[in-house]
Write a protein that binds this ligand. Structure first.
Ligand code: FES
Length: 690
């Protein structure tokens, strides 16, 4: 644990910490471009200069490259260090286009911040600026190479961290170009992170281009709803339109990054076809009137068909409070069957997977990144949980062995060929074609390209194939992780492994550190499985199969309209336009995850709060002159008469006679009431809230 002094402040840090990190640990900021906590150091930008006044190293040094050592006396404000940093900024800005007013990065640009902080304001160099041709990189990312400061963060992330090979650094003489060999969409499913990681505006989010400045956005800490991993995000909205989503750091979950599915799946929130109007019998009414009608319908239905005839349907894509309230509605009515999953198989397998997990054995993405052995069974990571593939890659880069359980055919049918371990960034080689495609470096540009000829969707790590989980040498590993889809065969073999583990541990068998991860269906599947266990929920298909159900009321469930003909759909509440709505007596429009506060429980059992980002209502862009600007100013926006499912159920319960205000996070869920949206989350495994 070296002890050093930085700007007169004594600091003690773990071995291997750099001077830059040591300074950050006591809130002393040092400018940096190429260094990044997840990517480490490169020594490329030279802007992190500090002066070593005393100790084992002396003089001006790059703080990101220098390990903290005992006895160092560091100054970040020494004249020589300040002058060095100022010069570096001036050099970097020589070729920069100074186009902040028209650059989408303006306001959230590290280069802009450090240029201003460093006091650089006058461009003394009057030569021509270096310019490049930009590339078309697909529908999501805009490329503007003239802004590049050659920090290499993009290629270090894309090739080394994420394993992509279609993008990289290419050079000729003094020109370095960061792009693809040919114009075309970036192939990596993590390519959107270039937007976050670029310290200036070379890569910007094309889907939000020219729509807002950083300070214009409504934003809040949130959780991605597009798979079960619960990656942390910051959605950004303006004028009631969700414009973009960025990654939010959570070291236990997604680290610094998110996948492209999570980043670029914003359209559904803004979709014109999204339900925004309450309907009764197909006629537009207010939300309050619709709830009145639903209460009446429900009363008549129960009187006519009896208490066993109703199914109250929640879903793994609805937040925890909504599903808790669905359970409370059933308790209050003393009637109906609680169905939080549609399919019998899915309900059983998710319940089984959740029952195998404990706070001790549940694997976070961080556990995967630090594992020394990973076994994968019955899952397609890139499709079902892309960030897990990125986590497994980090373990593999550090030397972990990765095993894929299944026959060759099973594995091949599930995914494209794996990477070969030819280097973290792929093999760069000279393009030998006589007539290379149009080069961004000009007609004579010599191109280098990724050496792997592979499918765009290949897993970013190499693995060994084994026939069964029993063939994986789990006992040899110190930090083994098994990742499994919630499939019957996978669960059975994990069940066997766990019982073997318990039996053989005392004899020096399997490691107690064995961790498990299941990929579930939906951002709140774990929460639904827990609720189903506590409230005796069954799958809707199970409930329908015994013939007692005659009517359903559904909240954010993906049910199709072709339910059995005899089933009455009393009400359907959703923000997605599901087929069920065409059959529903009452349609209740709900808010999306960015228009309300809530909690999702991810695949590990980690409850995470997401905050409200924006007010609901039709996006202002696209409104007709009758609707905007408003002729009569009111509180509600057009299309804003919507509510979170949990609140809709509470209002319905009041209409049905509930006199007490119903708080979803009460009783066993009380501990989640103060859950901090910016914290690491809280584990809710079986028994922890009971
Ligand atoms: Fe140290 Fe770039 S941050 S050289």
């Amino acid at each position: 644990m070296p002890k050093l002094i930085i700007d007169d402040i004594p600091v003690e840090v773990p071995d291997g910490t750099t001077v830059l990190e040591a300074a950050q640990s006591v809130d002393i900021p040092i400018p940096h471009f190429c260094w990044h906590p997840a990517l480490g150091k490169a020594g490329a930008c030279r802007v992190c200069a500090v002066k070593l006044l005393d100790g084992p190293v002396k003089g001006v040094q790059m703080s990101c490259m220098l390990p903290a050592m005992d006895g160092m006396v560091v100054s970040t404000t020494d004249d020589e260090a300040v002058a060095m940093r100022k010069s570096v900024i001036e050099w970097l800005m020589i070729n920069h286009p100074h186009d902040c007013p028209v650059c989408d990065e303006g306001g959230e640009c590290q280069l802009q911040d450090f240029t201003i902080a460093g006091g650089h304001g006058i461009r003394r160099y009057d030569g021509r600026k270096r310019t490049y041709r930009n590339q078309y990189l697909g529908e999501f990312i805009e490329h503007e190479m003239n802004r590049c400061i050659q920090c290499y963060r993009c290629t270090r992330f894309y090739q080394e961290y994420a394993g992509g090979t279609d993008f990289g650094a290419m050079g000729r003489a003094a020109i370095v170009y960061f792009g693809r060999q040919d114009d075309g969409p970036l192939e990596s499913p993590f390519s959107g992170n270039l937007v976050d990681i670029c310290p200036t505006g070379v890569f910007t989010d094309k889907t939000a281009r020219f729509r807002a400045r950083y300070w214009d956005y409504d934003m809040a800490p949130s959780v991605c709803p597009h798979c079960s991993l619960g990656c942390n995000t910051v959605p950004m909205a303006r004028y009631r339109e969700l414009l973009k989503t960025t990654a939010r750091r959570n070291d236990s979950v997604n680290g610094w990054f998110i996948c492209d599915k999570g980043r670029f799946s914003n359209a559904g929130v803004n979709a014109p076809e999204r339900p925004r109007q309450a309907l009764v019998g197909g006629k537009p009414v207010s939300l309050a009137e619709a709830l009145d009608a639903l209460a009446t319908l429900l009363g008549e239905f129960l009187e006519l068909h009896g208490p066993e005839s109703l199914a109250i349907v929640g879903s793994p894509r609805m937040d925890l409070a909504g599903n808790i309230m669905a359970a409370r509605l059933r308790e209050m009515l003393g009637a109906g069957t609680l169905c939080l999953f549609n399919e019998t198989d899915r309900a059983e397998l998710t319940g089984k997977a959740v029952s195998l997990l404990t706070t001790e054995n549940s694997s976070s993405q961080e556990d995967m990144r630090n594992a020394d052995l990973i076994a994968l069974e019955g899952c397609d990571l890139l499709d079902e949980a892309p960030m897990m593939a990125l986590a497994v890659r980090q373990a593999w880069r550090s030397g972990a062995r990765v095993y894929m359980v299944g026959t060759q055919n099973e594995i091949q049918s599930a995914m494209a060929p794996p990477f070969t371990k030819g280097g973290p960034g792929g093999i760069l080689q000279q393009d030998q074609t006589a007539n290379p495609p149009q080069s961004p470096l000009g007609p004579r540009g010599s191109f280098v390209k990724g050496g792997h000829n592979r499918e765009a969707t290949a897993l970013p790590f190499a693995f060994e194939q084994v026939a069964s989980l029993a063939d994986v040498p789990l006992a040899e590993a110190k930090r083994p992780v098994i990742i499994c889809g919630a499939s019957r065969t996978g669960l059975e073999s994990i069940g066997e492994i766990l019982s073997d583990s318990t039996a053989s541990f005392d004899k020096g068998g399997l490691q107690p550190a064995l961790k498990l991860a299941f990929i579930l269906d939906g951002p709140n599947a774990f929460g639904c499985a827990e609720l189903a266990r506590r409230h005796h929920g069954v799958a809707l298909s199970t409930a329908l199969a015994d013939g007692r159900i005659k009517g359903i009321i559904s909240f954010e469930a993906d049910l199709s309209h072709d339910l059995p003909q005899g089933i009455t759909v009393l009400g359907a509440a959703d923000w997605r336009p599901t087929g069920l709505m065409t059959r529903a007596g009452v349609v209740l429009p709900t808010t999306t995850w960015v228009e309300q506060e809530g909690i999702f429980v991810n695949n590990e059992g980690r409850a995470q709060r997401f905050k409200k980002v924006m007010n609901p209502g039709l996006p202002i862009k696209g409104l007709t002159p009758e609707l905007h600007p408003p002729r009569v100013h009111g509180i509600d926006a057009p299309g804003g008469d919507v509510a979170p499912s949990a609140r809709l159920i509470a209002m319905l319960m009041q209409r049905l006679g509930e006199t007490m205000a119903v708080e979803p996070l009460s009783g066993p869920w009380e501990t989640l009431k103060d859950l901090d949206a910016t914290g690491a989350g809280v584990m809710i495994h079986k028994g922890e809230q009971e």
